[in-house]
Design a protein around this ligand. Structure first.
Ligand code: T3D
Length: 262
């Protein structure tokens, strides 16, 4: 079939567009493999300095393609642990460990794993008409793709549980007000704003950004003392980067820095 993820690299921005619009970009195996390949490229290709993830059509992503899970066409209950281990968890680990910024432009409904993949990105912008739905409850499943980790951390247990147990849609403005995403943006401004933000990040000090992500991610499991030690170590690395030297020199010269991502 046609490409399930559209990939475009321009000016350091790798744009990944989920592209099964007639199925609201739900995950089948082809889309999983294509999206994983996209994030592997983001990891391995020095020309990629930021990622912009979005969806084609009116939805962002409706989670697992349930057409591939019809119990009436199966000989017995499925092993969903296996599909999580094979597809969803590697994707989440890859995204989380990417030492380059990931911006998500949530252009429409984000349901099930689609919601939690969006929330795993570093900076999430959503169209005001977009909705986040922990749809798992409607079919007897558990929030996956990191949802049970992300939601209570950001929202606290009361809101995390209510969203997970009711599967009620959360609108973009409430998601922003709750701190679950960065911003809700008027629909017709979303792609311009997300594109400009990602371009700005792609022109930034990539190495320092990667170390910053690492530090913030480590905080969840660290004491303050451990985190202060980590900041010392990471700052030592950052201070040796070419972009740090360029940033300080540009400041002192009163000119715009030209970061190379090293
Ligand atoms: O299985 C494993 O590997 C375990 C992992 C699980 C991870 C998960 O994500 S589980 C959760 C799966 N997702 C859902 O349960 C969400 C199902 N979709 C919906 O509830 C609704 O579609 C939405 C609330 C997302 C959007 O509603 P609406 O009214 O805007 O659109 P719609 O009419 O329901 O959907 C439009 C089309 O997309 C429609 O197809 P049609 O009738 O035009 O041919 C619909 O069937 C299709 N679609 C939407 N979501 C899915 C889907 N087709 C397959 N799978 C989907 N998840």
């Amino acid at each position: 079939g046609s490409e399930t993820v559209l990939t475009d690299l321009s000016e350091g921005v790798l744009r990944l567009t989920l592209n099964r619009p007639d199925k609201l970009n739900s995950f089948n195996e082809a889309l999983h493999l294509a999206l994983r390949a996209g994030f592997e490229r983001a990891r391995d290709d020095d020309a990629v300095r930021a990622v912009l993830l979005t969806g084609a059509g009116r939805g962002f992503c409706a989670g697992q393609d349930l057409g591939d899970r019809d119990p009436r066409k199966a000989s017995g209950p499925p092993d969903l642990g296996r599909t999580i281990e094979t597809f969803y968890n590697p994707l989440l680990r890859l995204m989380r460990s990417l030492e380059k910024p990931i911006v998500c432009a949530v252009n429409g409904v984000a349901a099930g794993a689609g919601a939690n993949v969006a929330l795993a990105c570093d900076i999430v912008l959503a169209a005001k008409s977009a909705r986040f739905i922990q749809a798992f409850a409607k079919i007897g499943l558990v929030p996956d793709s990191g949802g049970t980790w992300t939601l209570p951390r950001i929202l606290g247990e009361p809101r995390a549980k209510a969203l997970a147990l009711t599967a009620e849609p959360l609108d973009a403005e409430t998601a922003a007000a709750w701190g679950l995403i960065w911003k809700a943006v008027p629909d017709d401004a979303l792609m311009d704003e997300a594109g400009a933000l990602t371009a700005r990040l792609a022109a930034g000090p990539t190495k320092g950004f990667g170390l910053t992500k690492r530090a913030i991610h480590a905080a969840a499991a660290n004491t303050l003392d451990q985190q202060l030690d980590l900041e010392r170590d990471l700052q030592r690395d950052a201070g040796r980067s070419a972009d740090y030297a360029e940033g300080v020199a540009a400041f002192l010269d009163k000119r715009k820095p030209e970061f190379r991502g090293r």
